[in-house]
Design a protein around this ligand. Sequence first.
Ligand code: GAR
Length: 202
Amino acid sequence: MGVLKIGVLASGRGTNLQAIIDAARDGRLQARVVVVISDKEQAYALQRAAKAGIPHFFINPGAYPSKDSYERVIVDILRQHEVELVCLAGYMRIVGPVMLETFPNQMMNIHPSLLPSFPGLHAQRQAVEYGVRFSGCTVHFVDEGVDTGPIILQAVVPVQQDDDEESLAARILEQEHRIYIEAIRLFQEGRLMVEGRRVIIN
Ligand code: GAR
């Protein structure tokens, strides 16, 4: 098994991106982040990529007439960098058919809840407001839905009585960084098999 070439898509501050970069650098992952793409010009994730010397691109969705044409540009960049696994790390857009067909079961997402609970935006706020005792995070393969793809790994985080959105999000984030690396490692080792909705770990 060679070094896995990862492309990361991010819209924001990029702490999950940083966790992947760090794990690849210090040898916990047999992987390399070869390109970072953002739909937001100001995303701090792009600065993290710059600091790490990783090629990075802002692609403005507003500059393209359709989702397909926007995604074709992204796919071209990913292909140019010979990406084998696409990691969505706080990428706040629904992925369309162009990307899905190019990277079938080769695209992962991290979401800050125990899916299928609380998909979509503000998952941590939804958990606090609902009053659940446990929340957490999920790494899953990406499909055409919003946070619906086959689940690879989850981590449970207890909700404390005095939690608000921020405090719960901070504890969940620690677990996100841990399980995202673990899921990538399983992928790199060729140990993930998708059977319908289920992911078998060999
Ligand atoms: C993370 O909490 C991630 O799980 C969430 O956005 C945050 C990005 O943080 N993603 C979603 O809600 C996707 N539906 P980061 O930019 O510091 O990695």
